[in-house]
Ligand binder design. Structure first.
Ligand code: SF4
Ligand code: SF4
Ligand code: SF4
Length: 253
């Protein structure tokens, strides 16, 4: 029998929600265990081996000097490194603190910041080569399966590049921007969630990160037209992906 691919699941600075999404693949989880050797996953098992991995799923961004060393070490031991979720791709929610001085953010959170040694929050791609990105906060189960299936078949995963708006139209929704003048991020955000929020009557907040080649400045102008001020607009672009090259300008870099 062919050797099963070895997978490691690692957590850096994130909330563990991406790992929980793997647990939520209830219908497929037993098959995954049959097909893959999950050799490192501290959230799920006691004995862990992080050597000679075929695939590493990295949840979380980098926010300490130790994590910089850790991601370099994982990279050395891994053939195919995946930025698993928005924190690993670009820092996501934890990166909001990059917009105020480092010392100030530490003083807000910790009673004695002298014991804290943290850095600005960045995605893992700032420090190591990344082979694939699974967008989302957290990524949708279907995209995790697509990536793992492609790894087994040794083909390129088919991950969506179109905006949330396309999925929103497939759902038959009236547009919240044009109908209700609400500041929906859908036109610049990567699809993959099935437009969950607009389908429930709520604006897209942007949790899947920038789509391929988004026109962020045009959306910022639309937000201005419907009454948002410059600070509101910056906050919207900072929320999940303010460090991304696609949104940096609108986020206020
Ligand atoms: S991407 Fe979202 S769900 Fe995943 S670790 Fe970061 S904050 Fe949590
Ligand atoms: S509601 Fe949002 S996601 Fe849906 S079409 Fe309008 S802008 Fe796009
Ligand atoms: S609609 Fe937007 S905020 Fe809601 S899950 Fe999808 S990408 Fe995230």
């Amino acid at each position: 029998m062919a050797k099963k691919p070895k997978i490691g699941v690692f957590k850096l600075t994130g909330c563990a929600g991406c790992q929980m999404e793997i647990f939520r693949m209830e219908d497929e989880f037993l098959d995954l265990i049959k097909l893959f050797d999950i050799s490192y996953w501290k959230m799920a098992k006691r004995d862990n081996d992080d050597k000679d991995l075929d695939i590493a799923l990295i949840e979380g961004g980098i926010s300490t000097p130790w994590e910089i060393e850790e991601i370099k070490c994982i990279r050395k031991n891994t053939k195919f490194l995946v930025a698993f979720g928005d924190c690993a791709i670009g820092g996501c929610i934890p990166s909001i603190r990059n917009w105020i001085p480092q010392m100030e953010s530490e003083e807000i959170v910790y009673p004695d910041p002298s014991k804290i040694c943290s850095t600005k929050v960045h995605g893992i791609g700032e420090y190591v080569k990344v082979d694939a990105e699974l967008k989302g906060c957290p990524p949708h189960r279907k995209t995790i399966l697509e990536l793992l299936k492609s790894a087994l078949l040794k083909i390129r995963p088919r991950l969506r590049q179109h905006p949330v708006c396309v999925e929103c139209k497939f759902q038959g929704n009236a547009c919240l921007i044009t109908s209700n003048k609400l500041p929906c991020m859908g036109p610049v955000i990567s699809g993959g969630c099935g437009a969950i929020c607009p389908t429930l009557g709520r604006i897209c907040e942007g949790c899947f990160g920038p789509m391929s080649n988004p026109n962020a400045s045009a959306l910022a102008n639309i937000f201005r037209d419907i009454g948002l001020n410059d600070e509101d607009i910056k906050r919207k672009f900072r929320k999940y992906s303010g460090m991304s090259p696609e949104f940096r300008l609108e986020a206020g870099h």
